[in-house]
Design a protein around this ligand. Structure first.
Ligand code: WTA
Length: 644
């Protein structure tokens, strides 16, 4: 036994046991049929587990009917657990509020009634643009209850980004708050919605009063949550929906400038979220206190704050604040105070805590923790060990979970009671999931250390059902690189000599900054929408804390410069412009003004070379470059003191 094998005591109590692998290998569909009946309550049982006849458009649990909100809320109350705390809502100020399952049921019913009174019906889309407050969870569940797919837009996105998502999904209603607390300060939020809804299909804006700051008000369009929701009836009959009824759309970055609306449906998604939350996080709902630190604006918040844990009847912490506010020990103060036993967070946060120093967590009692999780990007072995030693007391299993917005739920991960852990690797597909690594020609690689592409070889219940409004893009992006049998994940990967899979990062033009997916094309198009910019190239340069950082190279337009900003001021203006177009998270770390960009003879920008410059490496092979002197010029410019 090595240090990283599970202890017998952990294994004995673990929900995910080794037998699951055999059961899944014996009969894939029977395995998933059993999970669906184990984790989900169906109003009508399904008759066909998987219909893959119209591949790559899957149908799971055909004939089955269910209500996701009933599964996440009502059934726990009916089972006699109405007094169990569902959510410890911890405000940025430190104030808290315990919301039981019975409370949650009343709130969700009231919100569902209120949304219906605003005209929302089954099938209508509702955009949600909110901070990490319990009303956001209530809003999502109220939509699910009605069967109105939600489209949650991360509260850090700009008004323009929100507008594009409202337009693409043709949302009927937007739910938001007056403002949000950021590092103790009340910041506006609704004003971004006011600008975003102009000229769109959204005819109503439902507003939670969170900060009390002044907001502009349109009497025709705007309604206060505390007026319509609080006065609504707390009784609402949950109607069953088809297993394949759309549950939500969530936008994510791809290789083009236009974000993709990833579509998820109800039965398969809920099954895999609940199953993985049980076997990977080892969630015991009667005794655990669970905390996932993701924002509900990302898929991790959807699957592992809302649908998985609530379907399982978990008690969880929902934190409105950030890791450094009001102080750098706030995460550990929360773990200590609420006796958090399962913590699911991101490598970028762990690396930040490392930087701040181990003496900060050491001040708190973290002995309640028994499972740690990581998600969003590769975790470097050094950060993994730091997490295990300083947060997990050197003994707690860490589950490094690989998955995507598109996969809906965890795909590769150790099982904490079964797997001997390997720091830095998400190891292998969980029971029920099948993956391979293919080379350029689509041949499976089995030898260690050979780098190829990660593919998924069998459909899985929580898989995306398409790209909203664009079936062709769905086929082209995911099911054409290696033919229709293979889902192409867009990640590079390799095996080690123990057969563990190591994810090596994106192979396409998608960057991963602090676990947030961003496309180079999206930021380039934001830059060229500025009147001073003629051309732009963006690369993701490796960064110690954030994984990757956005580095931009721009060529300015010859005209229009008179009297305009120059130098640092111009760079600052361009950064702000990107912030305004997409959101502050997309602002380039640095912008370099250049006279030319390295291009192939056919005119394609050679990002690989720019990446070398951005990462301060020797510049690689320039033989396909149309004019090789360009790189010298850029390199010289880069050696000057940073403009930003
Ligand atoms: C990366 C987040 C290595 C990967 C749930 C993937 C990871 C992209 C891991 C999806 C991990 C996520 N190890 N890489 N454990 N988890 N990734 O859609 O590149 O925001 O393709 O979903 O994040 O990001 P997304």
């Amino acid at each position: 036994m090595t240090d990283y094998a599970p202890t017998p005591a952990f294994t004995e109590q673990a929900i995910g046991q080794a037998g699951l692998y055999d059961e899944a290998a014996a009969d894939h569909e029977a395995f998933w049929a059993a999970r669906a009946r184990e984790y989900v309550t169906w109003s009508t049982d399904f008759d066909t587990t998987l219909d893959w006849s119209d591949a790559p458009f899957a149908k799971w649990y055909v004939g089955g009917q269910l209500n996701a909100a009933y599964n996440c809320v009502d059934r726990h109350v009916e089972a006699g657990n109405g007094d169990r705390v569902a959510i410890h809502a911890v405000a940025a100020s430190g104030e808290d509020r315990a919301i039981t399952y019975a409370d949650l049921q009343r709130e969700v019913c009231k919100a569902a009634n209120a949304l219906e009174s605003l005209g929302v019906a089954k099938g209508d889309r509702v955009a949600i643009y909110m901070p990490m407050i319990p009303e956001a969870v209530v809003a999502m569940l109220a939509c699910a209850r009605i069967g109105a797919p939600h489209s949650v837009v991360f509260g850090g996105f700009s008004s323009d980004a929100l507008k594009a998502r409202i337009e693409d999904g043709e949302a009927k209603v937007v739910i938001t708050s007056d403002g949000q607390f950021r590092k103790g300060k009340a910041m506006p939020l609704k004003d971004a919605v006011d600008r975003a809804v102009e000229g769109t299909t959204a005819s109503k804006v439902l507003v939670v009063q969170r900060t009390g700051i002044d907001v502009a008000w349109d009497d025709e369009r705007d309604v206060w949550w505390h007026e319509v929701v609080e006065s609504a009836s707390d009784q609402h009959e949950a109607q069953p929906h088809d297993s394949e009824h759309p549950l939500f759309i969530l936008y994510t970055s791809g290789t083009t400038g236009k974000p993709k609306g990833i579509l998820h449906t109800t039965g398969g998604y809920l099954t895999q979220c609940a199953y993985t939350n049980a076997v990977v996080h080892d969630l015991h709902p009667q005794s655990d206190v669970y905390w996932c630190t993701a924002d509900i604006g990302w898929v991790t918040g959807h699957s592992y704050i809302v649908y998985g844990p609530l379907a399982n009847g978990a008690t969880q912490v929902l934190f409105e604040g950030t890791p450094d506010s009001p102080h750098q020990g706030i995460f550990w103060e929360i773990v200590d105070k609420y006796k958090v036993s399962i913590l699911y967070t991101a490598p970028t946060a762990i690396r930040t805590f490392m930087k701040w120093g181990a003496d900060i967590p050491a001040k708190y009692d973290l002995s309640s923790l028994r499972v740690l999780g990581s998600v969003g990007e590769p975790i470097n072995p050094e950060a993994w060990r730091w997490y295990r030693d300083n947060i997990g007391d050197g003994t707690t299993p860490i589950v490094d979970t690989w998955w995507q917005t598109e996969t809906g739920a965890i795909m590769n991960s150790p099982l904490p009671g079964v797997t001997e852990l390997e720091p830095g690797s998400s190891q292998k597909p969980i029971p029920g999931i099948s993956a391979e690594i293919l080379d350029d020609e689509g041949q499976p690689l089995t030898e260690p250390e050979k780098v190829g592409y990660l593919v998924l070889t069998k459909p899985w219940p929580a898989m995306l059902r398409g790209v909203w409004g664009d079936p062709q893009r769905y086929k082209d992006t995911y099911w054409s690189r290696f033919g229709p049998e293979y889902y192409f994940a867009g990640d590079g990967a390799k095996y080690d000599d123990k057969g563990n899979i190591w994810i090596l990062g994106r192979v396409d033009d998608v960057m991963n900054v602090s676990g947030h997916r961003m496309s180079t094309a999206e930021i380039e198009s934001a830059l060229v929408s500025h009147p001073r910019v003629a051309e732009a190239a963006v690369v993701g340069a490796s960064d110690e804390t954030t994984g990757q950082a956005v580095v931009a190279f721009v060529i300015l337009r010859q005209d229009g410069a008179e009297g305009g900003l120059e130098g640092d001021d111009l760079v600052q203006e361009l950064r702000n412009h990107v912030g305004q177009q997409i959101g502050p998270i997309a602002k380039p770390r640095s912008i370099m003004v250049v006279d030319e960009l390295p291009k192939t003879r056919s005119g394609k920008i050679m990002r690989r070379l720019l990446k070398d410059v951005a990462e301060n490496r020797e510049i690689g092979d320039v033989t396909t470059l149309a004019d090789s002197s360009v790189m010298n010029l850029i390199k010289q410019g880069m050696d000057k003191p940073a403009a930003d």
